[in-house]
Design a protein around this ligand. Structure first.
Ligand code: ATP
Ligand code: MG
Length: 392
């Protein structure tokens, strides 16, 4: 029945020059999302509105599902186009539309007409009044409410006549690409995919880095991270995933550092490497899935220690989230089931029984000093042998 979608977006803060950037990025992301849908679509921008028009048969549910993943979309309105074949025909068509979309007629409604084609014989007030009458006649259970109607029936007269009333909520946020780019530290856990999703929602494009420690972590563990990146990319667009071989660095730290400081020092090296790639790839920040107090390496003291090795800002969107709240988002975005697959993680293999929860940064720095030279070399090798996987 539907032939198009009117895409509604929040307009606050996108006036003037920004508006055009916002709309173009949004169109770009809509195109990307629809590439994987059955059917041909064209996207049209007119007078501050975006229409997605089907040029062939298409799967309604699938298309809506994909549009719901495009950040920047506030609402998705399925639209029917009616040929202008006179008032009677239009009334018939609108009555049928209402009948199909709202099986239960015990509702209030209001007609909201807009006449973009000025040679149409009725003006918008007349359309509102006459269509309202036609609907009341067809469905006596309906009631008019001009202030807070259950159904706001929009009728727009253009070349054709557009009719729509439903608004399917979009994900909100800003179109990816309007907010720069950041480097996500993506592990195989529950948290980091959610963190990437949340920052991308603000319009930020995402690259990712994964620290792999073969043979201690398997190819399956790496594949799981690629799978997670793919799930996140349904929202963010293509992700450049850097896979860093971290084994030698971890072994060296394991052999040369006090065991209770292993995790912290390892995390500091992850941050250093992530930042080095970030700077080379024009990322404006790092993103992690850390949350205060979740584990020993995420106490506020530990966060001082991991934070101080970076110059770029580190975005931690989950910082105040409880695990259940993170799980809720992970389920919503469909990463949860993949995240809980039981593959080893490089952090769980080289782990101390009693990690420090209040690391003293001065002491950590002193211990790192002895390892600095060798770790510097190993870091360079890790960066030079970086494997790039483009996930989309
Ligand atoms: P997650 O569920 O995201 O793995 P976590 O609760 O296991 O998080 P940690 O292992 O302490 O927490 O890691 C904290 C953050 O460090 C992660 O959210 C992620 O951003 C990053 N991180 C940890 N391990 C890796 C890894 N192997 N590769 C890339 N990033 C990692
Ligand atoms: Mg982890």
């Amino acid at each position: 029945m539907f032939t198009a979608f009117l895409i509604k977006y929040a307009e606050i803060g996108i006036k003037g020059k920004n508006r055009y950037l916002f709309e173009d990025a949004l169109i770009q992301q809509i195109k990307y999302a629809l590439k994987k849908c059955e059917g041909e679509f064209t996207i049209r921008k007119t007078m501050g509105r975006i229409f997605v028009e089907a040029q062939s048969t298409f799967d309604f549910d699938e298309t809506v599902e994909h549009l719901k993943r495009v950040f920047g979309i506030w609402g998705i309105c399925p639209v029917i186009y009616v040929e202008d074949e006179g008032w009677e025909k239009l009334c018939e068509r609108v009555v049928r539309y209402l009948d199909e979309v709202y099986p239960d007629k015990h509702k209030t409604f209001k007609v909201n007409a807009r006449r973009s084609r000025k040679n149409y014989p009725k003006d918008s007030m007349e359309i509102n009044r006459d269509m309202g009458e036609a609907l009341l006649k067809a469905f006596p259970e309906l009631q008019v409410d001009v202030h807070r109607p259950d159904i706001l029936l929009n009728i727009e007269v253009r070349e054709k006549i557009y009719v729509y009333s439903e608004i399917i909520p979009g994900p909100g946020g800003m179109p990816v690409g309007t907010g720069g780019k950041a480097m996500l530290l993506l592990s195989g856990g529950i948290d980091s995919p959610v963190a990437g999703y949340m920052i991308a929602k603000r319009g930020v494009k995402i690259d990712a880095v994964y620290f792999h420690a073969p043979p201690y972590t398997s190819d399956r563990a790496k594949q799981k991270v690629v799978d997670l990146a793919r799930l996140v990319s349904r929202y963010t667009g293509p992700i450049y995933l850097h896979v860093i071989n971290f084994t030698d660095i971890q072994l060296y730290i394991y052999e040369n550092a006090p065991h209770e400081e292993l995790t912290i020092i390892m995390r500091r090296y992850m941050m250093r490497i992530a930042e080095a790639i970030a700077k080379k790839t024009e990322c404006l920040g790092l993103i992690t899935g850390e949350s205060i107090g979740q584990v020993a390496s995420q106490t506020m003291n530990s966060l001082i220690a991991t934070n101080e090795v970076c110059e770029l800002p580190v975005y931690r969107p989950l910082i105040g989230f409880d695990k259940e709240e993170i799980v809720e988002v992970a389920k919503k975005i469909d990463t949860y089931e993949t995240s809980i697959q039981p593959f080893e993680d490089c952090c769980t293999i080289f782990v101390a029984k009693h990690p420090v929860t209040k690391p003293n940064v001065n002491i950590i720095r002193k211990h790192e000093k002895h390892m600095e030279e060798k770790l510097g070399e190993l870091m360079q090798t890790a960066l030079d042998t970086n494997e790039l996987i483009i996930v989309s």
